[in-house]
Ligand binder design. Structure first.
Ligand code: HEM
Ligand code: CU
Length: 662
């Protein structure tokens, strides 16, 4: 079994004795580990990747509201000329928080939601490699996000834009504590991402089911792997930059103080060396989702799987070499500009490869237009539009005109919202029945889809025109008579349509939840996460599947007859029952040991925002926060690796019972 923690009956510190005899020690009893927790505690202390995935999703939807309300305020303010909803100062805060929340607390965590939930299931593992670290990542992200939003009530939110250009964000130009909150949030959530990246990379590389070579890994897992490498290398750069900024602001360091000889472009370089890989790590999970959804609803294998894999890898590599296209207007000099312009045009190639693969997957397929499929198709179309406007920025002279206009705002919402977020919604409609045991209502799903597509394109489509007409981004009002009134009004109307489309989604969840069917394979899917019950048991699979093919599940359901015709040899349900019977035969007497719940991840994470608040307001508080986290670390290493309890007893009679162990 893959989970290391449970394979050791003795305490974590037990080592073989020198005489060759294996001396077993009782687990250190200082901090006993809870066996099971029930009710809400079972969520707070869980180390189950599925629950952590669900919590990432729920938290991200909560932050979607915290980031969405500012978006609506922006649009209300800009609906007509000389808006009076917000003052200039409030506008800056609202705009900065909108961007920061959407990127760091919505899109990245939704990616983590899918990756945490799906990757162990897709590779046939029982959990991630380090379940407690996984919980630590989640809580650290959540507390970091809440910490950022505290700034609203503790003296003002950050106001330097989501990319926080120093020296603009130094104390001289941004004297409130907002930017301090921003920098510390980046550091805290950065811990969450880096720890998560290591955990997931180890999981994907080491814990795949027997027979699952890398080139048999489901495409979503591949994109997840690429994403985690991007995080691993990109996040530290931003963390360093945030540290420097915070030291400048709080302790009078001079990293960005131009009068002391600092390079005014230093921040921009650091930020975008992180920032460009960041845009790919936001979109690649959605690409993975679409690459899973399209084949299922087109009833064909993914066209050119290796190309989709390697174009993803290529995007990641090249993504680290194009950052300065965000700085064409900053005076880099013609050689740099030309080099980065070329590199940027090249990176469009692997991206285009993916689009071709998706279209070819649908080509000639028997398409089924369920909501998941529609959202996936919308991603392909809208992302292509966003990608094409992106290529126009690669042409440096054009970019010099476009930069800092609404053309850019249109562009990045087409990729982030029209791409990433649409992909995520496709994924939700697709995997919902696996995760919760019921399908989302199809009719409401279609209403949701059309309402969202219309709202999205009304909001952002005409911003291209506004931008080309010269409307700058980040302005809090504009004068009458610029010729911008109509499209701004349209955009604002679209934004409210878009916002209400999410209400349809929430209503759908609410309405559908009663109709549980627990179908194993509602869509006739292809990969092995469908080969277990809906929802899956705590240990994911009763029998770890042995993998012979890419699309293993499909190959267990379909085969060619003597004439080369495709025939169904089993339903998904039958495949699952067969595995179940096999498991009963093989391990009827064994008991599945899943890692026990733990108190310490959430305690560790809870210390971090205290450190943050302390760094801003009172160093004593920082010491207290540090102590909380330190104690948690000691508790962590000193707790036994499994609960010292009765769960070593006989096998549970029912699946239900087995679940409660997790
Ligand atoms: C209801 C949906 C949304 C609306 C109406 C909306 C609207 C806007 C507008 C009007 C701006 C420009 C503000 C300015 O430059 O003055 C903006 C900026 C931004 N938006 Fe959105 N947005 C929405 C959703 C999203 C989503 C889902 C993301 C995902 C990542 C996102 C990311 C950003 C970012 C990064 C900025 C830049 C902020 C900055 O300039 O620092 N937005 N949004
Ligand atoms: Cu870029």
């Amino acid at each position: 079994m893959a989970i290391v923690e449970q394979d050791r009956p003795a305490g974590p510190l037990a080592l073989p004795a020198g005489d060759g005899e294996h001396r077993e020690r009782e687990p250190l009893g200082v901090f006993s580990r809870p066996v099971h927790a029930r009710g809400w505690r079972s969520w707070l202390f869980t180390v189950d990747h599925k629950r952590i995935g669900i919590m990432y999703g729920a938290a991200a939807l909560f932050f979607l509201i915290l980031g969405g309300v500012p978006a609506l305020l922006i649009r209300a303010q800009l609906a007509g000329p000389n808006g009076t909803v917000l003052t200039a100062d409030q506008y800056n805060q609202v705009m900065t928080m909108h961007g920061t929340v959407m990127i760091f607390l919505v899109v990245m965590p939704i990616g983590a939601c899918f990756i945490n939930y799906l990757v162990p299931l897709q590779i046939g593992a029982r959990d991630v490699a380090f379940p407690r670290l996984n919980a630590l990542s989640f809580w650290t992200f959540l507390f970091g996000g809440l910490f950022l939003n505290l700034s609203w009530i503790l003296g003002g939110a950050p106001d330097g834009g989501w990319f926080s250009y120093a020296p603009n964000t130094g104390v001289v130009f941004s004297p409130t504590h907002g930017m301090d909150f921003w920098a510390l949030t980046i550091i805290i959530t950065g811990i969450a991402s880096s720890v998560g990246a290591v955990n997931l990379i180890v999981t994907m590389l080491n814990m795949r089911a027997p027979g699952m070579s890398l080139m048999r890994m489901p495409i979503f897992t591949w994109m997840a792997l690429v994403t985690q490498f991007l995080l691993l290398f990109a996040i530290p750069v931003l963390t360093v930059a945030a540290f420097l900024l915070f030291f400048d602001r709080r302790f009078g360091a001079n990293f960005f103080d131009v009068s002391q000889g600092a390079d005014p472009l230093l921040w921009q370089h650091l930020f975008w060396i992180f920032g460009h890989p960041e845009v790919y790590l936001m979109i690649l999970p959605a690409f993975g989702i679409v690459s899973e959804v399209l084949p299922v609803f087109a009833r064909k294998p993914l066209f050119g799987y290796p190309f989709v894999v390697f174009s993803g890898v290529a995007i990641a590599f090249m993504g680290f070499g194009v950052w300065a296209h965000h700085m064409f207007a900053s005076g880099l000099g013609p050689v740099s500009v030309a080099a980065f312009a070329l590199a940027t045009m090249f990176i469009a190639v692997p991206t285009g490869v993916k689009i071709i693969n998706w279209v070819a997957t649908m080509w000639g397929g028997r398409l089924k237009f369920d909501p998941a499929m529609l959202f996936a198709i919308a991603l392909v179309l809208q992302f292509t539009l966003g990608g094409l406007s992106g290529v126009t920025h690669a042409i440096a002279p054009a970019d010099t005109q476009q930069t800092d206009t609404y053309y850019i705002v249109a562009h990045f919402h087409y990729v982030l919202f029209g791409g990433a977020l649409f992909g995520f919604v496709a994924g939700w409609y697709f995997w919902w029945p696996k995760v919760f045991g019921y399908k989302l209502n199809r009719t409401l799903g279609l209403v949701h889809f059309w309402w969202m597509v219309i709202g999205f394109n009304l909001t952002f489509g005409f911003m291209h025109i506004l931008g080309l007409q010269g409307m700058p981004r980040r302005i809090y009002t504009y004068a009458d008579g610029m010729g911008w009134n109509l499209w701004n009004m349209v955009s604002t109307a679209g934004a409210f349509i878009l916002a209400t489309s999410f209400i349809v989604f929430f209503v759908n969840i609410f309405v559908s939840r009663k109709h549980k069917t627990h179908e194993v394979d509602p869509w006739d899917a292809r990969s092995i996460e469908w080969m277990t019950s809906s929802p899956p048991p705590a240990h994911n699979f009763d029998e770890i599947p042995v993998v012979h093919h890419l699309d293993e599940f499909w190959y267990r359901k379909y085969a060619e007859d003597d004439d080369g015709q495709l025939v169904q040899i089993a339903t998904g349900d039958e495949v699952y029952r067969k595995e179940l019977a096999q498991a009963e035969q093989d391990h009827a007497a064994e008991h599945m040991h899943m890692p026990s719940v733990s108190y310490w991840p959430i305690v560790f994470s809870a210390g971090l925002p205290l450190v943050g608040l302390g760094m801003i307001f009172n160093l004593g508080l920082a010491v207290l926060g540090g102590l909380v986290s330190l104690v948690a670390l000691f508790g962590w290493v000193l707790e036994p690796s499994v609960a010292p309890e009765d769960s070593h007893g006989p096998a549970p009679a029912s699946e239900e019972e087995a679940v409660s162990v997790g």
